[in-house]
Design a binder for this molecule. Structure first.
Ligand code: HEM
Length: 471
């Protein structure tokens, strides 16, 4: 996902696309000049920012484990477009795609996800089936929600990509999911921030070695899984995204088209990207949801009262959402407060560009600082409190808010948004229908800690909950 190329058009579109513009200063951009200080001044005015130290840039001013926090503070001082130096020059951890390839792979993934039911009934059926499996493994005795929830969300993307789900006790699947979780979490550590800043100096850093090993093993697993699909491929039937990719590749080969997009390498990385992007994010959101329900039992009561009144013991479907305004508001509030992708995905300008009055050189890393939006005091009545009324009008009807941007905006916004929204709604409602979530014995609601973990995406810190059956 990281360091993907971005065209000038994408960049402009992102900046001026409607929700962003509406928010004014809401969506803040950090412009990370990783080139020599002052070089861009030759061509135009550089965005403001803290004065960089030689070599270290702005490093000493940043909380390297939670950079989004200090960056948010800096944005208050310097405005919606500003510069931060992460050390002296440009660096990146993974960069697998070239510009056009990224565009084509994005389009391919998006249209295949749609073919496989993203936002449609097919996906709904898959998710409801998975809810059935997830419910079986939730326990009355204290348990860590991380594993089961990650397996469940991973199975949704797996069945879209590979055409089938995995058993929760399948060792290879468990390892795949654990490696994704571990790498995403390590991406947020100080060590990796340092590596990104001084790649030559700290190549040996342990967390980088772990990420590289994880990636190597995942590549082997994905190669093996795709090989099995290749052996049983029937060009008439697409079981999942991998099949569609292979069929397209075969077609190009048959008609002697020299393929630079539909290559084995792109297949592996597309699958890996979807697998990581689709697992950790949705699971983190759901885990925040369950934790917040345990912490705020009165809100859990109201969700359960509404679910009982509207759906009784029937399975909740997507079409029920419009009749569940309170539950819908709670889910939106979970996403707002959870703020699980605080710095979106870094992009890179492919050409020089001027934004507002500021000149940004080609090759500059640009980070949309999403974290500034959900806690914006000019947008939310009580930005730091879990308050579902942010999404309700006086009559208790659900209201959309422009400052709700967990999936980012513009041409490079999340491609899994409708799938993720469906997953979060169906998993959350079916779990809340069946279970009451409470803290473990001896732990009070007040003791439940809402400090986020460290990571590229930010789930809650490790914790345990009890799931008491309501039936
Ligand atoms: C609640 C769950 C999710 C949240 C909050 C979320 C959020 C985001 C955000 C903020 C971005 C960065 C956009 C930007 O850089 O401007 C992103 C990118 C992306 N997401 Fe999601 N996402 C979620 C679930 C998913 C799922 C289920 C999938 C799988 C289909 C997915 C696939 C992707 C991909 C492939 C990208 C990169 C797009 C690109 O660079 O062009 N996401 N997501």
């Amino acid at each position: 996902l990281s360091e993907n190329m971005e065209t000038l058009k994408d960049f402009g579109f992102f900046l001026f696309s409607s929700p962003t513009t509406l928010l004014g200063v809401g969506l803040l951009f950090i412009i990370l000049y990783l080139v020599t200080v002052g070089s861009s001044r030759e061509t135009g005015q550089e965005p403001p920012g803290p004065k960089p130290l030689p070599l270290l840039g702005s490093l000493l001013q940043l909380d390297l484990q939670r950079p989004y926090k200090t960056l948010c503070e800096l944005s208050k001082k310097y405005g919606s477009v500003f510069t931060v130096y992460f050390g002296p020059k440009k660096s990146g951890l993974f960069n697998h795609f070239h510009n056009n390839q990224m565009d084509i792979m994005r389009r391919f993934a998006l249209s295949t996800l749609k073919d496989f039911g993203m936002g449609k009934r097919v996906a709904e059926e898959k998710i409801l089936e998975e809810c059935g499996h997830l419910i079986q493994v939730f326990e009355r005795k204290p348990f860590n929600t991380s594993h089961p929830v990650n397996y469940a969300t991973s199975n949704i993307i797996s069945s879209i990509v590979f055409g089938s789900r995995f058993d929760y006790d399948d060792l290879r699947f468990r390892n795949l999911v654990s490696r994704v979780n571990e790498s995403i979490s390590l991406f947020g550590t100080t060590g990796i921030q340092l590596y990104n800043t001084f790649p030559r100096l700290v190549r040996w850093i342990k967390n980088r070695q772990v990420i590289l090993k994880n990636t190597e093993k995942t590549i082997r697993d994905v190669e093996d899984l795709t090989q099995k699909l290749k052996e049983t491929l029937n060009p008439q039937i697409c079981r999942g995204l991998v099949d569609c990719f292979l069929i397209r590749k075969q077609k190009d080969e048959d008609s002697c088209v020299k393929d630079i997009q539909f290559t084995e390498e792109n297949l592996i990385f597309t699958v890996m990207n979807l697998f990581s992007a689709g697992t950790d994010t949705t699971a983190a959101t759901l885990r925040w949801g369950l934790l917040l329900m345990a912490k705020y039992p009165q809100i859990q009561d109201q969700v359960q009262e509404e679910l009982t009144r509207v759906a009784g013991s029937h399975e909740v479907h997507v079409e029920d959402r419009k009749n569940l305004p309170y539950t819908d508001a709670v889910i939106h509030e979970i996403q707002r407060l959870g703020n699980i992708v605080p710095m979106a995905v870094p992009h890179k300008t492919s050409q020089d560009v001027t934004i507002q009055k500021y000149f940004i050189k080609a090759g500059t890393t640009v980070i949309p600082l999403l974290t500034s939006v959900p806690y914006d005091e000019s947008e939310w009545e009580s930005p730091h409190t879990f308050n579902p009324s942010h999404f309700l009008d006086k009559e208790g009807r659900f209201i959309k808010r422009d400052a709700f941007l967990p999936f980012s905006a513009g041409r490079r916004a999340c491609i899994g948004e409708s799938l993720a929204r469906m997953e979060v709604f169906l998993f959350f409602t079916s779990l809340l229908q069946r279970f009451r979530f409470i803290p473990p014995p001896g732990v009070s609601e007040n003791d439940l800690d809402l400090t986020p973990a460290v990571g590229f995406t930010i789930p809650p810190s490790p914790h345990e909950l009890c799931a008491i059956s309501r039936q």
